[in-house]
Design a protein around this ligand. Structure first.
Ligand code: FES
Length: 105
């Protein structure tokens, strides 16, 4: 599946990801700017914040309570489509579009 990462300046990087990887690990492996993933996906850093294309939010179960807590700690303002990208798993045949916030730490 492809993940389209849009930077705050509008630049888009398209990565061909692997099923089962997260949107965070796919970004980190491929050097996508602005997604840090400091805690490695254990919901304790809030540096993997992304805005998910609204039409694609339904591909995922809603945030757990732990993710919800982390979403309150993001550097950039939380929006209704904010998610921690370490919690978003790539699925077969499902392309995703996320926007990277202008601040991550
Ligand atoms: Fe730390 Fe997602 S990588 S909360």
């Amino acid at each position: 599946p492809k993940v389209f990462y849009t930077q705050p300046d509008g630049a888009v990087k398209v990565i061909d990801g692997a099923v089962g990887d997260s949107v965070m690990s796919t970004a980190v492996k491929n050097g996508v700017r602005g997604i840090v993933g400091q805690c490695g996906g254990t919901l304790s850093c809030a540096t993997c914040h992304v805005y998910v294309e609204r039409a694609e939010l339904g591909y995922f179960a809603g945030p757990t309570e732990d993710e919800d807590d982390m979403l309150e700690c993001t550097a950039a303002d939380r929006a209704d489509n904010s998610r921690m990208s370490c919690q978003l798993t790539l699925a077969d045949g499902v392309d995703l579009h996320v926007t990277v916030p202008d601040e991550q730490v």
